[in-house]
Ligand binder design. Structure first.
Ligand SMILES: NC(=O)c1ccc[n+]([C@@H]2O[C@H](COP(=O)([O-])OP(=O)(O)OC[C@H]3O[C@@H](n4cnc5c(N)ncnc54)[C@H](O)[C@@H]3O)[C@@H](O)[C@H]2O)c1
Length: 356
């Protein structure tokens, strides 16, 4: 059995591929390695995966291709590797779609990247899953679907019909598209609403990376909404453990679905939606203090207005996740930020004497 991970060169996809290869599960990676952020970081992640694959003698292949090319996607589903030879692990039985145009703020600058990757690309994923009778499609949604919701913590049972960015709208659309395939073709699908994921090998466009880099270089950091933001920061290992456990928990048809009081997180079809968050919403300024403590340097702060498309606070209710897999994220930001900073200093070979 093999697992197809799209976005394998990305932050979450890389960590997931690493975990699966470590467990002896063959992985087919699919990623266009686009230049939304530093491509070298993506290449370093892929090099790391190739190393682990040879160390653990577990097959890994990477299709450096775009989701919008259905032709290439068909090859990745066919059981061949990227050089068109039979893939040792066989064709993928399970598909985990993490490739997407990520980022809330960039969706204002470049909306078409979101339409292409997140809608056209996701449509191609669904069609290939249908044709190949994939046994379980797991895909990334986002906490941003909660948009204007003020009901805290965010529950999967809440209405999410008021997105405030195109990014959020594409993620909500993915959930709707997945439901149609679960209903029409009996395709088991699980959508995961990730809450601000952080950790080693993280994304250079996200706060932790940007802040750490600027603080080290003695440059000011931009802090939006004058620092009055709250995020449910979720450590990468907790995200990976959750996905790993979800792989083997396939949704099934549900005869007890209440059509008169429909719960949006489930269906009569094999379809589920889960929040994956830490359930410990943290003020942004506390997060910054953890970075300062780990680096042993004080940040210079440039307070700015709220940015369009952003939300002030996120907070995850993870009861459903816990009931489904008996696990919920719990890593503290102290521990998680420290691990990120240690990785950053080592990866970028930062030499200075201020580490605590
Ligand atoms: N990191 C977070 O905090 C967070 C929060 C909520 C949701 N998500 C979602 O989780 C998923 C993974 O996020 P991430 O943080 O690892 O992002 P990432 O940008 O690091 O990874 C996404 C990967 O997908 C690839 N990709 C993008 N468009 C593609 C296309 N059209 N074809 C092929 N490859 C393509 C990129 O090159 C990248 O390597 C995304 O769907 C994202 O929207 C992430």
């Amino acid at each position: 059995m093999s697992i197809l991970i799209t976005g394998a060169g990305g932050f979450i996809g890389f960590h997931l591929a690493k975990k699966l290869l470590n467990q002896g599960i063959p992985v087919i990676g699919y990623d266009n390695l686009n230049n939304y952020y530093d491509v070298n970081l993506k290449i370093s992640r892929i090099n790391e995966l190739n190393k682990i694959s040879s160390e653990f003698k577990t097959p890994f292949t990477l299709f450096k291709c775009d989701l919008i090319s259905n032709n290439d996607l068909e090859k990745a589903f066919s059981g061949k590797d990227s050089s068109n030879k039979d893939f040792e692990g066989g064709p993928p039985e399970i598909v985990i779609n993490l490739a997407a145009q990520a980022g809330v703020r960039y969706s204002i600058e470049n909306p078409s990247a979101y339409i292409q990757s997140n809608l056209v690309g996701f449509g191609n994923i669904l069609e290939n899953c249908r044709k190949n009778k994939t046994s379980h499609l797991i895909y990334a949604s986002s906490s941003s679907v909660y948009g204007g919701n003020k009901n805290m913590p965010f529950s999967e049972k809440d209405n999410v019909d008021h997105p405030v960015s195109l990014y959020a709208a594409t993620k909500k659309s993915n959930e709707l598209m997945a439901h149609t395939y679960s209903h029409l073709y009996n395709l088991p699908t699980t959508g995961l609403r990730f809450f601000t994921v952080y950790g080693p090998w993280g994304r250079p466009d996200m706060a932790l990376f940007l802040f750490t880099k600027s603080i080290i270089c003695n440059e000011p950091i931009n802090v939006f909404n004058y620092g009055k933001m709250i995020r449910d920061f979720t450590y990468i290992d907790d995200i990976i453990e959750s996905i790993y456990k979800i792989i083997n928990r396939r949704p099934e048809n549900n005869d007890s679905f209440d059509f008169l009081k429909p719960n949006p997180s489930i269906s009569w079809s094999p379809y589920k939606i889960f929040n994956i968050g830490n359930s410990r919403p943290t003020p942004l300024m506390d997060y910054i203090r953890e970075i300062e403590d780990s680096l042993g340097i004080k940040a210079k702060i440039n307070f700015k207005e709220m940015q369009p498309g952003d939300v002030k606070a996120t907070s995850a209710d993870t009861k459903l996740l816990d009931e489904w897999i008996g696990f919920k994220p719990s890593t503290s930001i102290k521990e998680g930020v420290k691990k990120f900073v240690e990785w950053y200093l080592e990866h970028y070979n930062v030499q200075f004497g201020g580490i605590s």
